[in-house]
Design a protein around this ligand. Sequence first.
Ligand code: SF4
Length: 416
Amino acid sequence: MTTQEKLDILSRDAQYDLSCACGTKRPDEHRKRSLGGDSWLYPVTVTSGGTGIMLKTLLGNVCSNDCLYCPLRCQRDFKRVIMTPDELATFYMDFLRKRRLIGIFLSSGVMGSAERTMHDLVATAEILRKKYRYRGYIHLKIIPGASRPAIDAAMKYASAVSLNIETPGAQHFRRLTHKKDYHQDILEPLQYILSQTSREGTHPHVTTSSQFIVGASDETDKDILTYCNTLYGEMGMNRLYYSAYQRGLGDPSIPGEMVGEDVSDASFKGREQYEHYRQTRGGEFTQNWSSNATLFPELASLPARDDSLLVREHRLYQADWLMRIYKFSFADIQFSPDGNLDLTRDPKQIWADTHPEFYPVSVRKAPEQSLLRIPGIGPVYAKKIVMHRRNEGIYSLNSLPVPPTVLSKALPYIIL
Ligand code: SF4
């Protein structure tokens, strides 16, 4: 098998690990893929603006773990391949000569043990840095159960590291795996990573991220966002991702496979919003299902992907943005009695609807923080309004430096 054939398989499998801490502005960007037939390439938005292309792949799709939501789990029978560190590093550098890439995102199934897998991941990064003198972006996925020395070695070469937390707490985690231990394999390494990437740590320039899988277990949105609040607020996590469980690929015993929500109900108000969400993603899901039919034969008979989980993922991203960028507190996020976010409405809109005493907001006088509470106004427009009133003054609401669609949404909540 050629290196390219291996990479075709491994990068396709990497789609099940959708966390990609590469500075995407839009939370769904990390799902876009398959550029011009090169399924290992991902378009991403870089923090400095503009877009770039990243190579994302597994080093091996062999896995000795049994995560019941994961199609790569050890019980399943499909073609397993492994690349050597030198093979992947050489391929990447060759590819870089032909096409400009902004970096590499490298993950792997557990190839025998966490230590052996970490060794190969780190060796790939080491070859890139030392043999090829590569100075670009390297994201290394930390394998659950990795030792502190292995994590230290990864952070020596990586620009960013991540370890998926998967669920908010051990209770939900236990329903998804019999082999991994939540505290020992996930929380302890994650705490160590965050301590070492803090300002006082040994690798303050390495960024960190983690990911929740949404809907595989029986967690609520409140459970997830409670963890997020701690991870961002107390532990210094840079970025969290949410990945809707891909129903149909997991073990039938897990909660995510047992739930059957009727998403075809015409009264499902979130559907319209989801359609918009899906369009902004470029309709890549349909492509992914069919393109993987040979690797996972049962995909051909899978039901359509559950839209409600994708809307749920979208609402979690919105709540995450409110806490992380808009400086909403956890208490500002409102949940339904079942502990979940309302699928039919934006959490910021819900806050506005339930706090009439806060409005109208004066666009001439209100602090930037208050402008961020106006429906339709995000950080970019809040800053523009502040600059505009400082430099030119605001004499009518219609002269605000925002597009008409944003203005019409904001108008009921503002005064001069
Ligand atoms: S460790 Fe679990 S989630 Fe990761 S590849 Fe193996 S089975 Fe899948």
